[in-house]
Design a protein around this ligand. Structure first.
Ligand code: AMP
Length: 368
């Protein structure tokens, strides 16, 4: 995470991803513009870095010019006037290619197109590193697009926030404000569900228990439920792809949430990676993994006790319970290390009265 002026930004697209897109766009330009001796017009300031990379990859003869658009209020107060500065080349009859860093609503490209036309340039192509298709609402064809992005404010790779961030080779997006996303962690029977109920009230978060969602689907005999049941009955993990898709759908159902408590997810590294990706796409991230630490024998006793009333088949068979705990150590416990590396792991003693354990969790969460 980085800070520019007063705002925090989280990673969005790394350099490798961006350069792969530039390779693709440049290959197409090389193919399409052979023998055209194009005039590339780089729109400053933002496009300087993208343009450099495209032009380094462009292998045929070409000319390059740099322009800036100024806009100011005209004498009539509502009259916005655009002026093109820096374009000295004759554009009549040329193959012109406009290089832009980002196109969102398309106001700039529309103004630029009008100004080029007024200079006698009838046809031109447009290449942009980023396009926001959700907000682009003009009729001008965008011929080459590096990466389509959602409606987000981004910086890096030439793009700035009030002058800062242009030199970053990765692209960052504005962190959405104050979201708290907790991964409540611990072996089966550690008390995650119980504590999540209390914490969701206290912090006004949405609680997503993947186990509960599976059980709901089993009860309602959905396709997902039928698929998950065979794994759950044996105490095994449901395959990542199924679980990840389900989790993404649950998060999407709650687009206004102030944050989430993830209970029983992630359970594998692939799930943790996908959660990071999902939250990144929303301009946020995992705030912390808070883990309830409880001895294995205590867990077995708790689950057998719970099985007397929970109606859960996987709670009433000691063999299945032990297998769930084994699966936790074999497949899930590695995530402690995953979050520790990011300084996001907090272990809490999970033995004692429910309210005492809540207090221990709260004292961690309040420091985040
Ligand atoms: P829980 O209620 O969290 O103890 O989950 C009950 C069962 O649902 C687990 O033993 C798994 O079979 C399945 N399950 C829940 N969450 C996940 C997950 N994140 N990945 C794979 N399987 C899961």
């Amino acid at each position: 995470m980085i800070k520019l002026h007063d705002l925090w930004f989280v990673p969005f697209l790394n350099k490798d991803r961006i350069e792969a897109a530039i390779d693709e766009v440049s290959d197409k330009l090389n193919e399409d513009l052979v023998d055209e001796n194009p005039l590339f017009i780089v729109v400053l300031n933002g496009a300087f870095m993208f343009a450099t990379e495209v032009l380094k990859r462009y292998t045929h003869s070409c000319e390059v010019s740099f322009v800036k658009l100024t806009s100011y209020e005209g004498t009539a107060t509502t009259n916005r006037v655009n002026e093109l500065i820096g374009l000295e080349e004759d554009v009549v009859g040329r193959t012109v290619v406009i290089i832009e860093d980002i196109i969102d609503t398309g106001t700039t490209i529309e103004a630029l197109s009008g100004l080029l036309e007024s200079k006698g340039c009838e046809t031109y192509k447009v290449v942009t590193l980023f396009l926001k298709p959700e907000v682009y609402n003009k009729n001008i064809n965008i011929d080459y697009v590096g990466i389509e992005i959602p409606k987000r404010f981004i910086v890096g790779y030439g793009l700035d926030y009030n002058g800062l961030g242009r030199n970053l080779t990765d692209v960052y997006q504005l962190k959405s404000t104050n979201m708290t996303n907790l991964v409540l962690f611990g072996p089966p029977g550690a008390g995650k569900g119980t504590q999540a109920e209390v914490l969701k009230q206290k912090y006004n978060l949405v609680h997503i228990s993947t186990g509960d969602v599976f059980r709901y689907n089993i009860k309602n005999a959905t396709e997902l439920g039928t698929l998950a049941k065979s794994y759950i009955d044996k105490g095994q993990l449901v395959p990542d792809e199924v679980t990840i898709n389900m989790l993404n759908a649950e998060v999407d159902k709650n687009s206004d949430a102030k944050g989430f408590i993830f209970d029983g997810f992630p359970r594998t590294e692939a799930q943790a990676d996908s959660l990071a990706e999902l939250l990144t796409s929303k301009g946020t991230s995992v705030s912390a993994m808070v883990a309830l630490e409880v001895d294995d024998e205590v867990l077995v006793q708790r689950l057998l006790e719970r099985g007397k009333t929970s109606g859960r088949a996987d709670d009433s068979d000691e063999g299945v319970i032990r297998n769930r705990i084994k699966v936790y150590y074999d497949e899930t416990a590695i995530l402690k290390n995953y979050y520790q590396k990011q300084d996001k792991y907090f272990g809490v003693d999970g033995v004692g009265a429910i309210n005492e354990i809540t207090e221990r969790l709260v004292s961690v969460i309040d420091t985040l």
